[in-house]
Design a protein around this ligand. Structure first.
Ligand code: FAD
Ligand code: FES
Length: 278
């Protein structure tokens, strides 16, 4: 009789070793990791992993690097509570546990061939950095790429090295704004929505990807609709408190959707009428 084989690797906790730690902002660190087994993480931009610290807890964290074929991956972690603060105490060589990658990620099949308007607020740049660098690595598969970044202050700007690279490229349009004027800042001042009217896009061939604090979505979507980007071409990544990360516990549920399994990336037309979504 044929045996039923169940693949449990999806749920399994795997060891990962910290290769490098870099202080990115006042409360944010970048962790470059590799799976201790030598396997590749095999993630897609926009997916997340559950970081498990024995005796402390588990938290969902976005994968901040593009798939690189080298077996390493980056996390950008803000010290916010139990798990993330403890993670900040760990250095090169330390081992942590992870599950995943989980979630749908940005739908690359849909995005290929389109122009992209990428809008990041604060820490929202973490999952979007994965998408941006994927597009750069596969530049011919995509149309124009506009990146708009909003930060509270120049000190809060994460991934300054990446930003320097993106700014220098002739095939990327990058613009940044900070919320309040600062002595060491000669660029745009104002909330991120102030950058949107000035972007030169063809709405019917543009897909917008928005990630940032919840308060940002309502105002950004309003501006994107004013630019005539269709509702089914506006996608955003959501954050919800999570436990299992795989659609079993209901912790991240809103209406009939599980943020961990059906998301975290959702198109606006699919969630705009769901209470609790935005
Ligand atoms: C898909 C996804 C991707 C994410 N990606 C990243 C990322 O790339 N980088 C990053 O730094 N963070 C990311 N986060 C956020 C991160 O998972 C949370 O900040 C997480 O709570 C941190 O875990 P912690 O144990 O350190 O903090 P916690 O101890 O959980 O506390 C974090 C904050 O949440 C509050 N809090 C805790 N529990 C509750 C509750 N039940 N109700 C209301 N408030 C509560 C705490 O008071 C505190 O202010 C992501 C979240 C999701 C869902
Ligand atoms: S975290 Fe358990 S269902 Fe989403």
């Amino acid at each position: 009789m044929e045996r039923l084989v169940i693949d449990n690797s999806y749920y399994m906790v795997r060891k990962a070793r910290i290769l490098r730690v870099e202080q990115l902002g006042e409360t944010e660190k970048l962790f470059e990791l590799t799976l201790s087994s030598g396997q590749s993480l095999d993630h897609e931009p926009g997916q997340f992993i559950m970081v498990s610290l024995l005796g402390i807890g588990e938290s969902p964290i976005s994968i901040a690097s593009a798939p690189n074929g080298k077996g390493s991956f980056d996390l950008c972690v803000r010290a916010a509570g139990k798990v993330t603060t403890y993670l900040h105490t760990l250095g090169e060589g330390a081992e942590i546990s992870i599950r995943g990658p989980y979630g749908n990620g940005f739908p690359l099949r849909v995005l290929r061939g389109n122009d992209l308007l990428i809008i990041a607020g604060g820490l929202g740049i973490a999952p979007l950095r994965s998408l941006i660098n994927y597009v750069i690595d596969n530049r011919r598969d995509f149309g124009k790429m506009h990146i708009l970044l909003g930060c509270k202050s120049p000190q809060d700007m994460l991934f300054k090295n990446d930003i320097a690279t993106w700014t220098q490229r002739s095939d990327v349009h990058f613009a940044c704004t900070i919320d309040r004027a600062a002595p060491d800042w000669a660029g745009n001042v104002g909330v991120i929505t102030t950058l949107i009217p000035g972007v030169d896009i063809e709405p019917e061939r543009t897909v917008a990807a928005v990630v940032g604090p919840p308060v940002m979505y309502h105002f950004v979507i309003k501006e994107l609709l004013a630019k005539h980007i269709p509702e089914n071409r506006i996608m955003m990544s959501f954050e919800r408190h999570m436990k299992c990360g795989v659609g079993k516990c209901g912790r991240c549920q809103f209406q009939h959707l599980y943020c961990c399994k059906d998301g975290p990336v959702f198109f606006y037309d699919g969630i705009k009428n769901l209470s609790e979504a935005l």
